[in-house]
Design a protein around this ligand. Structure first.
Ligand SMILES: [Zn+2]
Length: 167
């Protein structure tokens, strides 16, 4: 068994340096329903050496170092344990009423988008990327991403309504 000794303070500061964070960026440290200052955490963490390799988890998994728009949390897999750096996500520009929730929806959307881009490039047809439909150049019907299993049509590139070829 590989023993990988880690000093908790060195590990924590090392990760903060990696993400350009200093002690001024830290708001507090929390574990479950309690919190302490960075200084109080620092004074105890410098004396904590633990085995970060596989085996029993040794650092409290609820421990979090919290900043304004970022935080460190403990991750653990099979006894191996480490800090994970997290930031608030950036809100995407495109709003949709139908977010892709299942992998099947995601695959279908990718297939539809691929077909829409090809038909747009080949025929200059109208594509509404927001509502997720494009106009069939043959029959003029709007072909919605959600109406067909596009990932099944991918090789044929035929209109599901008029059966006309897109190429
Ligand atoms: Zn058609």
């Amino acid at each position: 068994m590989v023993v990988k000794m880690e000093n908790l303070l060195n590990e924590t500061v090392g990760l903060l340096v990696k993400y350009n964070k200093t002690r001024q960026d830290i708001d507090y440290v929390m574990a479950g329903d309690e919190w302490c200052t960075w200084e109080d955490f620092e004074s105890r963490a410098k004396g904590i050496n633990y085995d970060s390799g596989y085996g029993l988890a040794e650092i409290n998994r609820d421990l979090c170092v919290v900043g304004k728009d970022w935080w460190l949390r403990r991750r653990e897999y099979d006894g191996a344990e480490w800090w994970e750096f997290n930031t608030m996500p950036t809100k995407p520009k495109t709003q949709t009423r139908r977010i892709l929730i299942t992998t099947m929806e995601k695959d279908n959307y990718k297939a539809w988008r691929r077909v829409a881009k090809l038909v747009e490039a080949d025929t200059g047809t109208m594509v509404d990327w927001h509502e997720k439909f494009f106009v069939c150049p043959e029959c003029g019907e709007p072909l919605y991403e959600m109406d067909w299993d596009w990932y099944e049509l991918e090789d044929e590139l035929k209109c599901p309504i008029c059966d006309g070829s897109f190429q």
